[in-house]
Design a binder for this molecule. Structure first.
Ligand SMILES: [Fe+2]
Ligand SMILES: [Fe+2]
Length: 195
């Protein structure tokens, strides 16, 4: 059945995404300056390991292998997080950059689980949908906790003085160049009105 193949592909993507996060979350926990933010990442790492197990159970139900797809989307989101960890900012301003990166990972996962739960339900796979829903609930709760802890950090950061900007790294220069290219490519379409 075609839709079942779509589901399996998307679940393999999620399995890769979760495995990538098992490696990335300790880096965020190590990099974060705020103790509450550190604790949050560490406890979400434990949850993430359990989520990998739930996905394995899903694949057992489906009698399929969990591997086979690499999630490029999560790789990109994690890469953005790595950029935030390289910033010269200090204290709460530094953590403020990590908050955005962490929220992106959670919302990427929320989108993935929302889509796969909808497909599983249409296919009548209620046991699969129930397992995926447990993961979804944890992602939603993680996102809420990041926002709650984040609020205090953002307020603290708003009182910090501006730091002196150092010279741009080659990575930052290349990113700035690509951003100009994005703008240039979009320009002709921005002038057109949609029909
Ligand atoms: Fe997850
Ligand atoms: Fe997550």
């Amino acid at each position: 059945m075609a839709l079942k193949e779509v589901l399996i592909d998307e679940l393999r993507d999620m399995y890769s995404a979760e495995n990538q996060l098992v490696k990335a979350l300790p880096k965020l926990a190590k990099g974060a300056k705020d103790p509450a933010l550190k604790t949050l990442f560490t406890s979400h790492l434990d949850e993430t390991k359990e989520q990998v197990n739930r996905l394995k159970q899903v694949f057992e139900i489906l009698e399929e292998k969990p591997t086979g797809e690499h999630c490029n989307g999560m790789e990109g989101v994690i890469e953005e997080g790595a950029d935030a960890l390289e910033k010269d900012e200090e204290g709460a301003s530094f953590d403020s950059g990590i908050i955005g990166a962490a929220l992106r990972t959670e919302h990427y996962e929320i989108a993935g689980y929302t889509a796969t739960i909808a497909i599983a339900k249409v296919l009548g796979l209620s046991d699969v949908a129930a397992l995926l829903n447990e993961n979804l609930k944890e992602e939603q709760s993680a996102s809420n906790k990041i926002l709650t802890v984040g609020q205090t950090i953002l307020e603290e950061a708003s009182g910090e003085p501006e730091t002196e900007k150092g010279p741009k790294s080659s990575k930052e220069k290349s990113s700035a160049k690509k951003s100009k290219e994005d703008e240039k490519k979009a320009a002709p379409d921005l002038k057109k009105r949609s029909a």
